[in-house]
Design a protein around this ligand. Structure first.
Ligand code: F6P
Length: 325
C-alpha cells in the first residue's frame, strides 16, 4: 500500500520543503509517494498523482504549496468522504500525511473512523494556535515577513513623526502580533490575550512624545476585530484624536502567508515529515498529530489536540505587559 501527502486549510511557507522531503524520503525507504492536489477537495475529485523526483525539484525555496490547498465543505458529508475513500483505494493509498490545522486533522479523523485510512497530522499554520504544540510550520517565516515590514514602516513613520498601526493575521490568536511587538520594539501591543488600558498607554505616550519620541509603532492582532477589543481603525482614530499624532494603518494581510521559507521552517519541515513517515510505516493504526513540544517531537492523539484551546505561554505574555499600559 502507498502513502500520500496533502496540504489543507490556510497555506504557509514550509509546506513545499515538507512535500520535497516527503517524496525524497519515501523513495529512500522504497515507498511509493503520492501527491494529493487541492487538499480535501482533491481527495474527493481524485486529483491524486504518483510523485516523481522531478515534481519536487527546485521547490525548497518556494512559498505556498505546489499541491495547493482548500477548505472543503463537501468533506463534512459522508457520501463525499466515501468517494474520497474509493479514489484512494484505486491508487492503493492507505496512509496520509496531512499538513494543516486542527480542523483538517478532525476531518481526517472522521475519515479514519469511516474507512480506516491512517494519517499523521503536521501542524502547519501561521496562526500558531493548535493546542499541544509549541510550534506550527510557517510561523517563523511569517514572523520574519512581519519584522521586515514593520522595520520598513518604522523608517517612514520616523521620517514623518507619525504613528503606525500594523495589523497582523492570526485569526483569534494574538501570537504573531505578540512576538512581533516584542521583537520589533513596538510601543503598543493589542491582542485578545492581554488586557490593556488605553488611558495609561496614552499617558505614557504623551510623556514620551514630550520628551522627544519621534514615532510610535503599534502592533494589533487581527483577532481584535470584535466589539470587546480595540481594532485597527479605532486605534488610528484614538492615536490621532486623543494622542494628537498623525497615524497610518498597514494591514499586512496575505503577504504573511507567502514568501521563501526561512531556514528554520525548511529544517522543521524536514524533521516533521521524516518523523511522520516513519510513524506511518511502523504503526498498523495511526491517527496522530505530530507536535513539537519543549524542543522535542512527540505524537499526540487528535482527542488531546481537541480537548483544549491553545494558550500563549505566560512567560511570553509577560514580555509584552509593559506595552499594554
Ligand atoms: O489560518 C490562517 C489565516 O491566514 C488566518 O490568519 C486568517 O484569519 C485566515 O487564514 C484568512 O483566510 P483566507 O486566506 O481564507 O482569507
Amino acid at each position: 500500500m502507498a502513502i500520500g501527502i496533502m496540504t489543507s486549510g490556510g497555506d504557509c511557507a514550509g509546506m513545499n520543503p515538507a512535500i520535497k522531503q516527503f517524496v525524497d524520503y519515501c523513495f529512500d525507504k522504497d515507498e511509493k509517494p503520492y501527491l494529493i492536489y487541492d487538499g480535501l477537495e482533491g481527495l474527493i475529485d481524485d486529483l491524486i498523482e504518483p510523485a516523481s523526483f522531478e515534481d519536487v525539484a527546485g521547490i525548497m525555496h518556494e512559498g505556498g504549496t505546489i499541491i495547493r490547498s482548500s477548505r472543503s465543505k463537501r468533506f463534512f458529508e459522508y457520501d463525499y468522504r466515501k468517494q474520497a475513500f474509493e479514489n484512494l483505494q484505486k491508487h492503493g493509498i492507505d496512509k496520509i500525511v496531512i499538513l494543516g490545522g486542527d480542523g483538517s486533522f478532525r476531518a481526517l479523523n472522521q475519515f479514519h473512523k469511516d474507512f480506516g485510512i491512517n494519517f499523521v497530522g503536521i501542524p502547519a499554520t501561521i496562526d500558531n494556535d493548535i493546542f499541544g504544540t509549541d510550534y506550527c510550520l510557517g510561523v517563523d517565516t511569517a514572523l520574519n515577513i512581519i519584522r521586515q515590514a514593520t522595520d520598513a514602516v518604522r523608517d517612514t513613520s520616523s521620517s514623518f513623526k507619525r504613528a503606525c498601526v500594523i495589523e497582523t493575521m492570526g485569526r483569534d490568536c494574538g501570537y504573531l502580533a505578540l512576538v512581533s511587538a516584542i521583537t520589533c520594539g513596538a510601543e503598543i501591543c493589542i491582542i485578545p490575550e492581554l488586557d490593556y488600558d488605553l488611558d495609561l498607554i496614552g499617558q505614557r505616550l504623551k510623556k514620551e512624545i514630550e520628551n522627544g519620541r519621534k514615532y510610535v509603532v503599534c502592533i494589533v492582532a487581527e483577532g481584535c476585530n470584535h466589539d470587546k477589543c480595540t481594532n485597527t481603525n479605532q486605534l488610528v482614530k484614538w492615536l490621532e484624536e486623543d494622542i494628537g499624532i498623525e497615524t497610518r494603518a498597514t494591514i499586512l494581510g496575505h503577504v504573511q502567508r507567502g514568501g521563501n521559507p526561512t531556514v528554520f521552517d525548511r529544517l522543521m519541515a524536514s524533521r516533521f515529515v521524516t518523523y511522520a513517515v516513519d510513524k506511518l510505516l511502523l504503526d498498523e493504526i495511526c491517527t496522530n498529530v505530530l507536535v513539537y513540544k519543549d524542543s522535542k517531537f512527540e505524537f499526540i492523539s487528535i482527542e488531546y489536540v481537541n480537548s483544549k484551546k491553545y494558550k500563549i505561554d505566560e512567560e511570553l505574555l509577560d514580555l509584552a505587559r509593559r506595552l499594554v499600559n
